[in-house]
Design a protein around this ligand. Structure first.
Ligand code: AR6
Length: 172
């Protein structure tokens, strides 16, 4: 029988979550940015950036491709790992939904490799990358529900009421 993953929603800041792994909506440089990425590096401290730089110096010399995921320490955050993934920039002309779903699938695959049982996700691509929140919430929830994973809890951490409502509508 397939393992069933519990989905929970929190209105709040992902850097404050006590979970095994938190997912970062990064960019392919892995070297930081604004939004949730900026908050994670700020609160997590320089150990995270040091591991990101090492990844760039090694296997990910060309950057982390969109839809892929890779883990580092969580530094000073109350989590063990940060899983960095790169969401697609929303496009009116091209359907990039598969890439957004891939962020969730790949992050959960990396979480499984780590042995993480609780994983917190932000609403990937819905800030600087412009994805409409209702559609992003649908893709996120479908992707998690469709994932083969040993993760026991997926916690979506939404930064504002409208994002929270969009996710609540999807899991009701
Ligand atoms: N906790 C939870 N959610 C947050 C937090 C937080 N502390 N801060 C922002 N959000 P964004 P993207 C929400 O822009 O669209 C960065 O510069 C925010 O309200 O962080 O994937 C990267 O380096 C929104 O709903 O990520 C990339 O260059 C969601 O997190 C680029 O932005 C995602 O917004 C990635 O853009």
């Amino acid at each position: 029988m397939a393992h069933s993953t519990k989905i929970t929603l929190v209105l709040g800041d992902i850097t404050e979550q006590h979970v095994d792994a938190i997912v970062n909506a990064a960019n392919s440089s892995l070297l930081g940015g604004g939004g949730v990425d900026g908050a994670i590096h700020r609160r997590g401290g320089p150990e995270i950036l040091a591991e990101c730089r090492a990844l760039r110096a090694g296997h990910y010399g060309g950057g982390l491709p969109t839809g892929h995921a890779v883990a580092t320490t969580a530094g000073r955050l109350p989590a063990r790992w940060v899983v960095h993934t790169v969401g697609p920039v929303w496009s009116r002309d091209e359907d990039r939904s598969e890439l957004l779903a891939s962020c969730y699938h790949e992050s959960l695959r990396v979480a499984d490799e780590l042995g993480a049982r609780t994983v917190a996700f932000p609403a990937i691509s819905t800030g600087a990358y412009g994805w409409p929140i209702g559609d992003a919430a649908r893709i996120a929830v479908e992707a998690v529900r469709g994932a083969e994973t040993a993760v026991e809890e997926v916690r979506f951490v939404l930064f504002d009421e409208s994002a929270y409502e969009a996710f609540a509508q999807q899991i009701s």
